[in-house]
Design a protein around this ligand. Structure first.
Ligand code: TPP
Length: 658
């Protein structure tokens, strides 16, 4: 191998990282400088991707789990021919630039995942590896058109995060051998030396989790890095972790210390590193022609060739399996709407069904027309109804399976779901009790930020959980979910709305959806309807002549509101009941529609929801809700204790009207 070009290219990359952070007067040069040789080796000798087709489906994926080292990724993308000019590097960390502080999917071409919240990148990479296996296995001869590697880079910080262990454990259990994780072991984090807070035998931890572990003593040794990647790619039944000993801020006068973790080197120290240590005496943002040429000969040439071969393979595949080839494309585009039935099934009038059971039935029926739907729960499949009946489990022995046993790893489950969707080719859902949505919050936020159509099934959605008590009774979780931008939350009131909610979730291409489901049975309401649900709110039980009050209810409280309406009528009061399964869908409607549904002023509306009232002020001045944790006891007693009765609602309404 040509040592001279390697040295020149690594010096160029390191210098670009120094220049980016110096110009921005902000950013994290430390890890970027330390891990430049390992990513350089990966890029020039192994990674398969095409800068002219950045979303090419069969490309290798790369996740910078340590997203703070973004300056390094941007330097590499620039050299690799992606649409990222030197001027973009000069705009590092500026508003609206293509080089934001942390990498953002859908924003900068060549970035495969949004990352920065430490630990999540590892879990996303695990999800990508799972999605790849599922896609391969669900098409005849799938591996002929779809077969690639997933690489990720993490630091000490990612491995300190508990999430990383959930993800590592899952990847080992699932034998995800196409996953290769680099660990930049520089013994330093933001606050200081790693031994302030960490004394783990990291290698042993990976070995115990059924990973293949390789170690490189000198992070500047390109041949050793190359050999390790070659070896990792041969792993048959285990993911691989390559532990690379590096020096944070390599070349800086402050190298090896936390002073260089998140502070630009400045001009003097930058000059020292570039000229005295790397021997790179050039103006800022300089890229030698030989380095550009080398990336063209290696990364770009390899990627273009592989891309053309893959297109050829897909063409041949189309001739042999035309129907599958078409489906393959639709699923890559996430255009699943055309597969979904538009006619609702027949529901039995007067029937009683919990919305979690209704959701399970909907899932199973949609599955018939959408074979790449895959998902599962964090060990509560039988409670949240996340199983595909008669379906096979997704395991190393049956990759075609659709039921994922995530184990009790809520955070990794949600984060890996993001990875599956980032990878593409599948539609996914995950489920657990609503109260544990908190465990998943950071990953849900990431899904919304990354515009991923993730689906969350959250059952046991109120104090009606009963005996399990306040630890298991959600109160503030619904408000939390509704507060996330680009998130759609739907709390259906009966079986019909549950089916319709699933349709909305599957039709989304750009935002996640949370379905909030009851544990307890709910009656099928005569006027519930899919069209109304799609608008977020609608009149489900209208006033007789002129409404004196509007009751706005969701989920299990809609039937309660309708019963109260009937009692009120007997007492001489005329009220309207609005079912409002989704604030976000309602907000998307025209002003006229919103006016029509909530036609009375705020003072004449009451919200009814057996959870926190936080946020409801926007739609009603009065609230029937909860301001405290629940209680343990039979559901009906708990509900009574918190006054969620028809009588109490009737009283409240009468007082407001009076
Ligand atoms: C969940 C989360 N917590 C905190 C941070 C802030 N943060 C960014 S980098 C970092 C230290 C990471 O240490 P390491 O991975 O060793 O990176 P290095 O010091 O080598 O750059 C911290 C605490 C973050 N990005 N994400």
């Amino acid at each position: 191998m040509n040592k001279k070009i390697d040295e020149l290219a690594v010096a160029t990359i390191r210098s670009l990282c120094i220049d980016e952070t110096n110009k921005a007067k902000s950013g994290h040069p430390g890890m970027a400088l330390g891990s430049a040789p390992m990513l350089y080796t990966l890029w020039t000798r192994h990674l398969v991707a095409n800068p002219h087709e950045p979303l090419w489906f069969n490309r290798d994926r790369f996740v910078l789990s340590a997203g703070h080292a973004s300056a390094l990724l941007y330097a590499l993308l620039h050299l690799s021919g992606y649409e990222l000019a030197l001027d973009d590097l000069k705009q590092f960390r500026q508003v609206g630039s293509l080089t934001p502080g942390h990498p953002e999917f859908h924003w900068t071409k060549g970035v495969d995942a949004t990352s920065g919240p430490l630990g999540q990148g590892i879990a996303q990479a695990v999800g990508m590896a799972m999605a790849q296996e599922s896609v391969k296995a669900n098409y005849p001869d799938g591996e002929k058109i779809h077969n690639h590697y997933i690489y990720a880079l993490c630091g000490d910080g990612c491995l300190e995060e508990g999430l990383s262990q959930e993800a590592i454990s899952l990847a080992g259990h699932q034998k995800l051998n196409k996953l290769i994780l680099f660990y930049d072991a520089n013994q330093v984090t933001l606050d200081g030396a790693l031994d302030l807070s960490f004394s783990e035998q990291v290698k042993n931890r990976f070995i115990a989790s059924e990973w293949n572990v390789l170690e490189i003593k000198d992070g500047n040794d390109i041949e050793a890095i190359d050999q390790a990647i070659i070896s990792a790619k041969k792993s048959q039944d285990k993911p691989t972790m390559i532990l690379v000993h590096t020096i944070i801020g390599y070349g800086s006068l402050k190298q090896g210390t936390h002073a260089v973790h998140g502070n630009p080197l400045g001009l003097e120290d930058g000059h020292h590193a570039k000229v005295d240590v790397y021997g790179f005496d050039h103006p800022d943002f300089f890229v030698p022609d030989e380095v550009r040429a080398y990336f063209t000969e290696t990364f770009i040439a390899r990627g273009e060739k592989a891309y053309l071969k893959n297109q050829e393979d897909i063409k041949k595949y189309r001739e042999k399996h035309s129907e599958y080839a078409t489906r393959f494309q639709y699923l890559i585009d996430l255009s699943v709407e055309k597969y979904l039935p538009t006619v609702m099934p027949e529901f039995v009038p007067g029937s009683l069904t919990s919305t979690r059971v209704a959701s399970g039935k909907a899932l199973n029926s949609y599955m018939l027309s959408l074979p790449n739907l895959i998902g599962g729960s964090a060990d509560v499949a039988g409670s949240v109804m996340t199983k595909l009946d008669g379906g096979v489990d997704f395991t190393p022995a049956s990759r075609q399976g659709h039921n994922i046993n995530w184990g009790i790893r809520e955070f990794a489950m949600a984060s890996a779901q993001n990875g599956m969707l980032l990878h593409g080719g599948v539609r996914t859902y995950v489920g657990c009790f609503l109260v544990f949505a908190d465990y998943m919050k950071a990953a849900i936020r990431m899904a919304a930020l990354s515009h991923l159509p993730a689906i969350y099934l959250f059952s046991h959605d109120s104090i009606a959980v009963g005996e399990d008590g306040p630890t298991h009774q959600p109160i503030e979780q619904l408000a939390m979910l509704r507060s996330i931008p680009n998130m759609c939350v739907i709390r259906p009131c009966d079986e019909r709305e549950a089916y319709a909610a699933w349709y909305q979730a599957l039709a989304s291409k750009t935002h996640p959806t949370a379905l909030i489901l009851s544990r307890q049975n709910l009656p099928l309401l005569p006027n519930s309807n899919a069209d109304g649900l799609s608008k977020g709110a609608y009149v489900i039980s209208s006033e007789q002549k002129e409404a004196q009050l509007i009751i706005v209810a969701t989920g299990s409280e809609v039937s309660l509101a309708i019963e109260a309406q009937q009692s009120l009528l007997k007492n001489g009061y005329d009220v309207r009941v609005v079912s409002m399964p989704s604030w976000e869908l309602f907000e998307a409607q025209s002003e006229e529609y919103q006016q029509e549904i909530l036609s009375l002023p705020l003072e004449k509306r009451i919200s009814v929801e057996m959870l926190s009232t936080f946020g409801w002020d926007k739609y009603a001045h009065y609230h029937m809700g909860l301001h405290d944790f629940g209680a343990s006891g039979p559901a009906k007693d708990v509900i009574k204790k918190f006054d969620f009765t028809i009588e109490h609602l009737v009283n409240l309404c009468e007082n407001i009207i009076k």
